[in-house]
Design a protein around this ligand. Structure first.
Ligand SMILES: Nc1ncnc2c1ncn2[C@@H]1O[C@H](COP(=O)(O)OP(=O)(O)OP(=O)(O)O)[C@@H](O)[C@H]1O
Ligand SMILES: [Mg+2]
Length: 359
């Protein structure tokens, strides 16, 4: 899937920008504050109805404007050319896809799958388990149609268990009923997550073979001790969970361990290594997505050069080129090595205006 034509109206300093990007690598270069990240935010908004920089949509609407619009023609592997658009007006978001109004935000996110790589991406390794779970859930949501429903079922049962414990109930059919449903959903989620991590590991190993001297490993930690069933953990934990006010075991406590020769990457890898590795994991995620759905997500890569030396950049770009995916990449530098292979386009950005630069 790729964007053929894009129009951005009233996103930060972009008043009315139209571009016809390459199906390959698109580079936005220009000085600070010119609007490079703003165009990535606009594309992200089209897919997810939110920015990746702020939780408040009102902040990305151009000052003194009351409407934000992002429209695009997309080339879809199954549907051919698809028109889509998103509008934000008076606090309300409306989405159109293939001439129909899209009611669920999750629907538009799967209509327009994307992979985001920013200067915060290292958080997949250095951040909290919550961040990793969030990433894992999104990744699975994109490839497993049943995942979202099971995820909701699980969290509903968890909420009921927590509120029963809070009201002092530690025995009885109601509690064990919710625990039963929790365990049922948890086992499904854990299996889907485990399969996903295993498949991802295979691709990651292939991609990292040349770049990293050892083989970084991804391990799923289920959220309860390996030698016990969740059922038992919940039953034995009722009293102590009541005391601390939440459920200590379950898939809501899962994590992913990234390690290399049994050392955690977060404590051994340099910042550049972490960024390159996480970016590689995300490319692997895109590949897995493509294998499962037949569709290629596109990449939004903000401030590409940050923390990567010339060799790391070249390695990552060559990995990206091999994916034959559409890429939107911002950098304050012009990186000539990125223009050597594959279809690519470069845009110079200056105060919210985009000019295509001849190759
Ligand atoms: N709501 C808004 N309305 C109008 N302009 C805004 C709004 N929010 C931010 N801006 C301006 O938009 C401009 C574009 O910012 P953006 O973050 O896209 O720059 P950039 O090219 O990515 O810069 P850098 O290289 O520093 O990352 C900035 O000058 C910023 O002050
Ligand atoms: Mg920027």
């Amino acid at each position: 899937m790729h964007i053929e034509w894009l129009r951005v109206q009233n996103v930060r300093n972009l008043t009315d920008v139209i571009i016809e990007p390459s199906p390959g690598i698109n580079i936005f270069t220009g000085p600070n504050a010119s609007g490079k990240t703003a165009i990535l935010e606009a594309i992200h908004f089209l897919s997810r109805a939110r920015s990746f920089r702020t939780t408040r949509v009102s902040e990305i609407i151009q000052h003194q404007k009351d409407i934000l619009l992002v429209t695009a023609n997309i080339q879809h592997p199954r549907f051919g050319r698809v028109k889509t658009g998103i509008e934000r007006k008076q606090g309300k978001t409306s989405i159109l896809y293939k001439g129909e109004s899209v009611k669920k935000l999750s629907q538009q996110a799967s209509n327009i799958p994307l992979i985001l790589i920013t200067t915060n991406t290292h958080r997949l390794i250095t951040g909290t388990p919550k961040y990793r779970r969030h990433w894992l859930d999104w990744a699975l949501f994109h490839v497993e149609p049943a995942y979202l429903k099971i995820w909701y079922d699980y969290h509903r049962s968890l909420r009921h268990r927590n509120s029963l414990l809070k009201s002092g109930i530690t025995v009885g059919e109601q509690l064990s009923g919710w625990e039963y449903l929790m365990v049922e959903a948890a086992n499904k989620i854990n299996t889907l997550r485990g399969d996903f991590i295993k498949q991802l590991q295979k691709i990651v190993s292939k991609y990292t073979q040349e770049v990293f001297s050892d083989q970084p490993h991804l391990t799923l930690l289920s959220g309860w001790p390996e030698d016990k069933s969740l059922n038992l953990c919940l039953e034995l934990g009722r009293e102590s969970d009541k005391q601390i006010g939440y459920t200590r075991h379950g898939v809501h406590r899962a994590d992913i361990k990234f390690s290399d020769n049994s050392y955690r990457l977060s404590s051994t890898y340099s910042q550049g290594q972490i960024k390159l590795f996480v970016a590689t994991v995300l490319v692997a995620q895109a590949r897995l997505f493509e294998e499962r759905t037949g569709n290629k997500p596109f990449f939004l890569i903000d401030d590409f050069a940050a923390e990567l030396d010339t060799q790391a950049r070249a390695e990552f770009i060559s990995l990206l080129i091999k994916q034959k995916a559409q890429v939107f990449l911002t950098t304050t530098e012009t990186s000539p090595e990125t223009l050597t292979t594959g279809p690519s386009m470069m845009f110079h950005v200056e105060r919210g205006t985009f000019t295509k630069v001849a190759k």
